[in-house]
Write a protein that binds this ligand. Structure first.
Ligand SMILES: Cc1cc2nc3c(=O)[nH]c(=O)nc-3n(C[C@H](O)[C@H](O)[C@H](O)COP(=O)(O)OP(=O)(O)OC[C@H]3O[C@@H](n4cnc5c(N)ncnc54)[C@H](O)[C@@H]3O)c2cc1C
Length: 408
């Protein structure tokens, strides 16, 4: 049995230092500019690609780190730099996880490398599940995938919304309904290859935070993709649908759907992003509280300020521990029997929102201006109680798991 330790290995610390350097020297100085521009920071992604930080190899290496801490450590450092830019760098990962969670080995080998491109020609990918009428309730999804047997093609029709990198992606992963009678169990994921006719970008959203990250609608009009673009393959789909029909008939057991499988796998990583934002805001507030003087002494000498910082730091450390536990469990293939992945995302997301608000308060008037980064961090943190399952939905998942009630 492996010795228990909560210390990162020397190699992990080296990678952490390298990522931190990139976050401090490249991401942080560019943060305000790309937040104002509200555009994908291609030059920063290219720089990350040149250094190997935006590459399939790097994420695969971190993903397969046996401790499970490679991905959360990476997320925390990059998002410490800036959340909008970091999401532009790691957003492709959600689509990659969609393929890893549902695809065959051949599909993974074919499509995931294309999602990243190469340093001289970087690409991004998008995962498209949410729809205007299907956010928290994925079973309300309407985008249809119909099989055209004569041509061995799937025909996709519908409108996706809120897709990170939607419309600018090289590869889109689209979740669609193949059997409407089965609700969320009748869904499957499809690759939409580059340049496929019928896929277009709808509205690009102007957002409160993470403004460097591109979020848009994706419209699918008679989009035809080859049969091999169905993730997992037709045989596996037919088996899964037959099991779901049997369960629907007999009223038994649970089955996962395609979108849920992606979100479950990615929740601790998203929690780690929130930890990075919270830590960044806390550090700014701590420095400020030590140097800002009022009434003839640094404001940290007031218990009212110092206790806030004590609570902020405690909550950040607690959030990180929940994220690390869930990440370790996932890598050790231990099932989330108490919804530990959702717990980590819930607590880290709420912590980021709270801690960034406290940081703004500690900076007083300065905290409220764009001269200091904490108001941006607070705007960025707000998404962490909304996307990848709102805080209410995380509570619902945790509560239903504890109660032993199936999660729809
Ligand atoms: C910036 C951004 C990026 C995103 N990126 C992606 C992406 O790349 N791919 C993708 O597929 N999606 C993405 N999303 C979508 C995101 O996951 C959804 O916004 C989220 O799941 C919530 O859905 P909704 O916005 O429709 O809210 P709704 O589901 O309409 O929820 C509205 C409110 O009602 C609450 N609520 C709903 N049902 C319940 C319930 N049963 N019990 C208690 N409260 C409930 C919610 O918690 C929330 O507070 C993104 C969203 C944003 C804003």
């Amino acid at each position: 049995m492996a010795e228990f330790t909560m210390e990162l290995s020397e190699e992990q610390r080296e990678i952490q230092g390298w990522l931190h350097g990139f976050a401090a020297d490249v991401i942080r100085p560019a943060a305000a500019e790309w937040d104002e521009r509200e555009e994908t920071p291609w030059p920063v992604i290219q720089e990350a690609a040149k250094l190997g930080i935006y590459s399939l190899d790097f994420y695969a290496q971190q993903f397969f780190d046996p401790s499970g801490l490679g991905i959360p450590m990476t997320m925390e450092e990059l998002f410490w730099g800036d959340a909008g830019i970091a999401l532009s760098i790691v957003g492709t990962g959600l689509a990659a996880v969609g393929v890893l969670a549902n695809g065959t080995e051949e599909q993974i080998g074919t499509w995931v490398p294309q999602m990243y491109g190469d340093p001289s020609d970087v690409k991004v990918a998008a995962f498209c599940s949410s729809e205007p009428d299907a956010g928290s309730d994925v079973s309300a999804m309407r985008t249809r995938a119909v099989y055209d047997e004569a041509k061995d093609e799937w025909v996709l029709n519908g409108t996706k919304t809120w897709a990170t990198n939607g419309g600018i992606a090289h590869v889109h992963v689209v979740v669609a309904v193949v059997d409407p009678e089965l609700g969320s169990k009748g869904q499957a994921s499809f690759i939409v290859p580059p340049g496929t006719a019928g896929l277009s970008q709808g509205q690009k959203f102007k957002k409160h935070g993470i403004r460097a990250s591109h979020t848009a609608e994706v419209v699918l009009e008679d989009v035809r993709v080859p049969g091999h673009c169905l993730l997992g393959g037709k045989e596996k789909l037919e088996e899964r649908l037959a099991r779901a029909r049997e369960r629907a008939r007999t009223g038994g057991g649970r089955l996962k759907n395609a979108a849920m499988a992606t979100f479950e796998a990615s929740r601790p990583a998203v929690g780690a992003q929130a930890v990075g934002i919270a830590r960044a805001a806390y550090e700014v507030a701590l420095d400020y509280a030590k140097t800002r003087e009022q009434f003839g002494r640094p404001i940290i000498d007031n218990q009212g300020v110092a206790f806030q910082l004590a609570d902020m730091r405690t909550q950040i450390d607690a959030a990180r521990l929940l994220v690390w536990r869930a990440s370790w469990m996932a890598s050790a293939r231990k099932p989330f029997e108490s919804a530990e992945g959702s717990m980590s995302k819930l607590f880290a997301g709420e912590t980021a929102k709270k801690v960034t608000a406290q940081a703004m308060q500690i900076l007083g008037g300065n905290g409220y201006t764009r001269e200091y980064p904490v108001e941006r961090m607070h705007r960025d943190a707000a998404i962490y109680t909304i996307f990848e399952g709102t805080s209410e939905i995380q509570r619902l998942v945790i509560a239903r798991t504890l109660a032993g009630v199936p999660i729809r």
